[in-house]
Design a protein around this ligand. Structure first.
Ligand code: ZN
Length: 154
């Protein structure tokens, strides 16, 4: 449940997004609304700290600032992490676990805050699904919980 007077519609389909400085703007059709919101405990995601939702590769259109999108890759170089070269904000990445999909930074989506989510599952990115035997899906490292100050009072 979202907090306050502004309940989160987790079934949103197509939504606009932008980085912090607004140079990079995109439209995305989410694969499963906000229901796919996850964090990940891998070496990169635990530094980045963003919540990502899923979209199919063909369902993101970069409308502005594509020339500022900068690519970062490491380790197996399968995942492609994009961020704005001007403000440094991560916008989306092509997944290693499913290269047919992007993960999209929910904090870049119009009107959505990471703190709208009361609980976020954290995928175990340390033992990555691609490093495990075939057929074993991503396992859960845990759940992060946000408790708004105005709700924690009795
Ligand atoms: Zn930017």
């Amino acid at each position: 449940m979202a907090h306050g007077e502004n309940p989160l519609d987790k079934d949103i389909d197509t939504i606009g997004g932008a980085c912090h400085c607004g140079s990079v703007r995109f439209r995305v059709r989410l694969a499963n609304g906000l229901h796919s919101a996850r964090r990940c405990s891998c070496s990169y995601c635990r530094m980045r700290g963003a919540i990502a939702v899923s979209a199919n590769l063909s369902d993101i259109v970069i409308e502005e600032g594509e020339e500022l999108l900068t690519l970062y890759q490491f380790n197996t170089k399968t995942a492609k992490h994009y961020f704005c070269a001007r403000c440094g904000i991560y916008t989306h990445h092509q997944r290693r676990s499913n290269p047919e999909q992007y993960g999209v930074n929910v904090a870049c989506l119009e009107g959505i805050s990471p703190f709208d989510f009361s609980e976020i599952p954290v995928n175990d990115g340390v033992s990555h699904p691609s490093d495990r035997p075939a057929g074993t899906g991503p396992s859960l490292a845990g759940v992060l919980r946000f408790i708004p100050a105005d709700e924690s009072e009795p």
